[in-house]
Design a protein around this ligand. Structure first.
Ligand SMILES: C[S@@+](CC[C@H](N)C(=O)[O-])C[C@H]1O[C@@H](n2cnc3c(N)ncnc32)[C@H](O)[C@@H]1O
Length: 217
């Protein structure tokens, strides 16, 4: 029997008093409140990372020579600094940015442990609104497991001519469960990251991950 006219109270919207909403790739529903606190809490239980190449190189080690051995690097949402320290260990001057102060402290500790502290400039900064304008002229940019459309759309213009970017995000392609709202749709990285003066070196969408390597011509 169909019952009509029932008054079901609506739940109070949980977004009413959110100070900020920041995306968490490993959170089931995408956004979490107060992202800095969330990531600070997560990283407070961790130790400094060992240097590690961008994950694209783990599946394509033959692309390692694309990574320069001098010049300027940018690691966006650097986490514990594994990639930032790896880049510095290759001889690059690295700017590493993360919203979490604990992540920045871990990145600095990792840089000291690898004897490259003088090459790593780790900064605590919220990149929700995009990349600050002074971050320009990089020989390589790594953006791994942090998806922000404003950043991806300007990324290639922050490279020097000949500079390369390695980007990895979650993807709807090949996902074995329902996507969260922050999984990249098919073709998104190519769309956001290519422009008249950009060439795609390599890209792959599979198993819920999208990755791309671009070069600014
Ligand atoms: C999944 S982790 C990836 C860390 C690192 N890139 C890696 O591959 O291991 C996402 C990172 O994004 C950072 N993050 C989240 N929101 C951010 C924001 N609005 N601005 C800057 N960093 C942010 C987090 O603190 C965290 O370190």
């Amino acid at each position: 029997m169909l019952v009509t006219g029932l008054m079901i109270p609506r739940p109070t919207p949980v977004t009413a008093h959110r100070p900020s909403r920041i995306w968490c790739m490993r959170c089931e529903n995408g956004f979490i409140d107060n992202g800095q606190q969330h990531w600070d809490d997560r990283y407070s239980k961790r130790t400094p990372a060992a240097p590690r190449a961008p994950e694209i190189l783990a599946i394509n080690p033959e692309m390692t020579p694309l990574v320069p051995t001098s010049g300027r690097a940018l690691d966006i949402a650097c986490g514990r600094g594994a990639q930032a320290v790896w880049l510095a260990s290759r001889g690059l001057n690295v700017v590493a940015i993360d919203v979490s102060g604990v992540a920045v402290a871990l990145t600095n500790a990792a840089a000291r442990a690898s004897d490259v502290a003088d090459l790593v400039d780790a900064r605590q900064q919220n990149l929700e609104d995009g990349l600050p304008g002074d971050l320009q002229d990089f020989d390589i940019i790594v953006c791994q497991r942090f998806r922000n459309r404003r950043i991806l759309e300007v990324l290639s213009r922050r490279l020097r001519s000949g500079g390369v970017a390695f980007v990895t995000v979650l993807s709807t392609v090949g996902l074995d469960r329902s996507p969260g709202r922050f999984h990249a749709s098919s073709g998104e990285l190519v769309e956001f990251l290519t422009s008249a003066d950009t060439e795609i070196v390599w890209d792959l969408e599979a198993n819920g991950i999208a990755s791309i390597v671009i070069r600014r011509t």
